[in-house]
Design a binder for this molecule. Sequence first.
Ligand SMILES: [Zn+2]
Length: 624
Amino acid sequence: MKFNVLVLMILLVGGNVPAQVKFEAIPKELAPKYKLDFNRNFFSSAETQQAELKRAFAVLEQLEKLKGKVTATADNLLRSLELSDQVSTQFYRHIIYLSLRYAVNTKDESSNSESSRLSSELSKRTSFLQQELMRINNRTLAKFLAQKPALKEYGFVIESARRYAPHTLSLKEEELLAEIEPLASDWTAELFQRALDRTQWGQVKAGSETLDVYQQFQEIANSPDRAVREDGFRKTYAALASQRDIYTFSLTRLIKTANRLARVRNYKDRADEVHFDMFLTTDEVRNMYEKIARTGDTHKRFQRMRVDRVKKQSGYDEVKYWDRNFSPANSPLPRFSIAETTRILKDSLAVLGPEYSRELAALLDPANGRLDIVAGENRVPGAFANGFLGNPQSIFFCFNYEGYFDDLDAFAHEAGHAVHFQLMGYNKVRPAYSDGPSYFTESFSMFNELVMIDHLYTMEKDPERKIYYLEQFMTYANYLYSNTMTAAMEQAIYDKVGGSDNTSADDIDAIAKSVGSRFSIWFDKQDELKMRWMDVHHFYDAPMYYPNYVYAQLLALKYYELYKKDPKKFVPKYLDLMRNGFKAPPSDLLKKFLNIDLRDPQLAPNAVGILDDKLDELEVLYKK
Ligand SMILES: [Zn+2]
């Protein structure tokens, strides 16, 4: 799943659905089929589930018997690693099952709490493994590997644990930190939410209707009435400004605490820690932001082209920030019924070959009970895929499939994760290697989005729709810029707070404006945008997550470049990479399978080159 704060919603011009035909995303008679079949895909009955859970705990107890003795002998080491794989497979099956039970029925709170209980129990009772693996020395490891060649398969598990040795404290200190860290860090997300909750957002009059500035944000931003859009924009920022002391307090304290805790573990600061997790360095990440910022004109060019087009369509003297979603009257958004979405996904991703297509088709067939996409009461928001660890069949859940382009896109993205799980499963990837750094796993799904949109654009004959699809491609590909902007903004705020005892809201505004204006035309035109930092929720609930989006998008664009250049050569190697699992750092795997150098200085310029070329095409289409 991904979230973006500066989504440029671009509305369709044209469309050929007769107004009198009511669009139905999922026909009523088919709706009951688009539900997860828990019996078929998880446990045949509640009794079976309970019995299996007992077995899972029995395996966990076997693993615990090795506590303190994991690295005593080569046999113990291999046995611990094998048991650990079994334990995660079995536990995750229940954790996922229970969390899905809750996802489709949020009244089922006992499933939710049981799911969290199992995952915290699992991490608590298996954490000794990391501690012991980390302390194994080179000589012992070499000896064990010679005695038990089967240990080679676990080389990267051991290496990953040892990588953290310089950043791990004594067992006693770690236990103390485990208790203190949540208290020191967990409050920010909640304080952020409370600040939002108590804000008087106000209302906007739209004809006879009154719209809530916070709740009906989308409706206001896409209103055909210009005054409504402007009023909504101004009230949003006035409301944010009214709580600016709270946002400043939360963010600066959060950063101070994160930096301090990082130093306790021998990192330079929080950024150093986060980038270490990504197998990158802060210098590399900063350089990447700078490189992309220097090509900010490509993004600005797209924004200006959109402004010109809106100007022509609307007749406004000056197109303002709140006009960028403008769409002419009588031009409905394209909608995609579930049958169309299924067909589009199959057609567009067929380029990935027969195995991929077969797995995709199996996921999309409602008879298999692996989709849960129909609106209803008491469902969790969002969209996600689960699989592999814990379940032989991956699944896809979304809150409410409404058939908008974003729904189609989410399908392409999550189906990418779901098929990836299947490919790893058939290739018998070890559970320990089922997951990599977020940017790496996300890059595959983002590539799916680009392939799907590119297919729609290429195949489309209707000129207005062709423009629409190309604009969609630009919007999704341009997340490279909006995400880098947000990531660079966050990094700059960390730098400022890290080097000063007193950072004010005005200081942060100034940072946001100077970073923002390198990427977007709007920061200079609309002064309120300097307050964007206040409601980027990840700044408060997933601090420093943004670099993942930047690298995921860079990689997705790299795959896209290779794919367009020579699909026959690219696809088999790409599939091998997906099947392989994550048994080495991303840079090694990218090099080995696709000959991509994650540190190639051309990575960003090549990605931007793709965007430039597409903009040229869009310019031609606009002129027609
Ligand atoms: Zn994802």
